[in-house]
Design a protein around this ligand. Structure first.
Ligand code: FES
Length: 115
């Protein structure tokens, strides 16, 4: 990945949970979902009408932490690929952000993520 920025440290994302991040000025915020050592990052923008998914800070997952949820109109998205499987944006998908965990346990994303 060329031109990266540090999103956070891996342990700052709860395991089997999620965490939201405000973007730099002029950027869309991001959120990350973690399962053990794996992390998926998406832009925090519902493909339905382009608003942030969460209503409570850092709450992006359903009760069982199986799916990503847009809490405004209830769309549900697969964690692994961001595809909407129910709700008003069925068949659409969240915008994925390439993410990597480096040797120091830092989660890296492209510097332009959310631009
Ligand atoms: S704004 Fe996300 S489902 Fe409507």
């Amino acid at each position: 990945m060329t031109g990266t920025r540090v999103l956070c440290r891996l342990e700052e994302i709860p395991d089997q949970g999620a965490r939201g991040f405000d973007g730099p000025p002029g950027h869309v915020g991001l959120f990350a979902v973690r399962r053990g050592e794996r992390v998926w990052v998406y832009e925090n923008s519902c493909p339905h009408i382009g608003i942030p998914l969460e209503m409570v800070p850092h709450r992006f997952l359903d009760r069982k932490a199986e799916m990503i949820v847009c809490f405004t109109h209830g769309a549900r998205f697969r964690i692994e690929d961001g595809e909407c499987v129910s709700g008003p944006c069925l068949g659409d998908a969240l915008t994925p952000v390439e993410a990597a965990v480096d040797g120091q346990g830092q989660v890296l994303v492209p510097a332009s993520a959310g631009a």
